[in-house]
Design a protein around this ligand. Structure first.
Ligand code: BT5
Length: 262
């Protein structure tokens, strides 16, 4: 364990929340799980953990995240946010916005975000986010896990993903993992600073414009059955406000539910 901590290097010392220091590992099961099971890591506000190889990457609802064979980015930001607890779920949306801004600055076109955690290029998933939080007794800590398909083509993924996933390289974007991670850290820091100053509505307004989800039909798990409706807004806790044909309004939270919209 001491050895692990000796490998932490400073990154952006002036950052308050994202990327103050960096821990690079050759291999781990999941950067998120490593952070969550290591109290000394959870304590380090601003640490970002990244691994060259992640052997059991996880997505939401017990799903798997495939790193692929081209050295794609897998990282987890340990964030001690200074926002009200109720707004913590919106950090998934903040992370999506920071990835979108990063890849757009690198030249990606036809970018969008699919609520709550997919970043798309040309309608295919190039990045996924998994935010998991822990209450340490004094404060809420968020581990924001980010996977980005950087290099190679989608032939490196399981055949079921080949027409759903894409990589930055497939869109002519050449970037190394470290450079990409640093730019995401800058964008995420900027958004978290704005959030701590009370700009949550403005950030979510920006997110909503990028996600282009208003007016779309959605079907979502509601207890044991499914309900349907039209997305009317995103509230300041990052939930979708959905109006059913009956006029009933639902607040849809991503947590443990299944949903689909096109
Ligand atoms: C996610 O879940 O998209 C969250 C992914 C988070 C991954 C990062 S990597 C660093 C950190 N450590 C971890 O262990 N995890 C985080 P979800 O919305 O549930 O999407 C999962 C689904 O995306 C899978 O069921 C596949 O259909 C698809 N998928 C898996 N790998 C993919 C990839 N590389 N590119 C595109 N789609 C993928």
């Amino acid at each position: 364990m001491t050895d692990l901590f000796n490998r932490i290097k400073p990154l952006f010392r002036d950052h308050a929340y994202a990327g103050r220091s960096l821990l690079f590992l050759e291999e781990t099961d999941s950067t998120n799980l490593l952070c969550l099971r290591t109290p000394e890591i959870i304590e380090r506000n601003g640490l970002v953990v990244t691994a060259a190889r992640q052997t059991s990457g996880i997505g939401r609802l017990g799903r798997r995240w495939e790193q692929g064979s081209s050295g794609n980015l897998c990282c987890s930001f340990v964030i001690h946010p200074e926002i009200k607890m109720a707004y913590v779920p919106a950090i998934t949306l903040f992370a999506g916005l920071s990835i979108l801004k990063t890849i757009r600055a690198l030249g990606a076109v036809d970018t969008s975000i699919k609520w709550p955690n997919d970043v798309l290029v040309g309608g295919r998933k190039v990045s996924g986010i998994l935010c998991q939080s822990r209450y340490t007794g004094e404060k809420m800590v968020v581990v924001a896990g980010i996977g980005v398909n950087v290099a190679g083509d989608c032939g490196q993924f399981h055949s079921s993903l080949r027409n759903k996933a894409t990589t930055l390289a497939e869109h002519g974007i050449e970037v190394d993992r470290q450079g990409l991670l640093e730019e995401i850290a800058r964008q995420l820091e900027d958004i978290l600073v704005r959030a701590s100053k009370g700009e949550i509505r403005a950030i979510l307004g920006e997110w909503t414009r990028e996600a282009k989800c208003i007016g779309r039909a959605i079907r979502f798990a509601n207890g044991k059955s499914f309900s349907a409706g039209v997305i009317e807004a995103v509230d300041d806790k990052g939930r979708l406000v959905v109006k059913a044909p009956s006029g009933r309004i639902y607040k849809v939270q991503s947590g443990h539910m299944d949903f689909d919209y096109t």
